[in-house]
Design a protein around this ligand. Sequence first.
Ligand code: AVJ
Length: 322
Amino acid sequence: MLYPNMRELLSERFALDDEFASAVIGGLSRPQKTLPCRFFYDARGSELFEEITRLPEYYPTRTETAILKAHALDMIDGLPDGGVLVEFGSGSSLKTEILLQQLPQLCAYVMIDVSQAALAGAKQRLARRFPALDVRPIVGDFSFPVGLPDDLRARAKLGFFPGSTIGNLTPVEAVHLLRVFRTALAPHGRLIIGADLKKDARRLVLAYDDRAGVTAAFNLNVLARINRELGADFDLAAFRHEAIYNPRHGRIEMHLVSQAEQSVSLRGQRFSFQAGETIHTENSYKYSIDQFQQLARSADWLAQRVWTDDNALFSVHELVAG
Ligand code: AVJ
């Protein structure tokens, strides 16, 4: 069957360009300039993110991986033999292997990602490691309702959404996404989802403003991408990375701060910056366990078990469709 999704249908280069261009122009036209954080992940940006996950200051990836390793058996005990594991935004599927190791009777692993290349690479690696596993890649944006393959639709399903990617969304958007997942996993779906925990603001800021400057390079890279792909003339040296904790919203915000009064041209339009004006490039919401369980309830999920590390840095939640 055909999986209806925008990116597959619009995979012509010009159409993707158009989506990128209109999002950038729209974002830079607002009073508080913004850029959607999904545009960080071009080839260079994905490389820089991989580097971030290995930084001493960036605790989420290694902490979540340790939680998954310690509790994988518990996490998958709700999935009967012949069930389906569905991962939203699977990327390289590295964390998934921790669960797959414990799932010998799995019927299929459905991996959904916008990157055809990432899916192909992951499929190859999984074929070697788990030769009996039925791997079903779906190229698509997981934030649109995803139709699962017909033959798997009636199977028991366990969703997997690690990485605290949910934190990039506002709470309203997060509730919407959790509803989309509930529909994709229906009936009787379960979801294992990672969420970064609230903690000391200094520790949070350091995780997003590392000493080696990798996160700064990651943030600035989006301007290089706009220059290259949309022909803009951002002077990268005239912008500075900034990460702040916004306690009112309970989120880390990343900004690019204009170091001088300047203007940038893009597709025949000029965008002016005052000295000190920022482009807001990312939010990363932090939830206490209670807050996250409440968010899940707002999307008609029942919060069941939750696993954390000894230092209460990160949480992995089990949600069951209510
Ligand atoms: C991929 C969304 C989990 O918010 O921590 C890391 C992205 N940005 N450093 C996060 C990110 C800057 C990351 N997520």
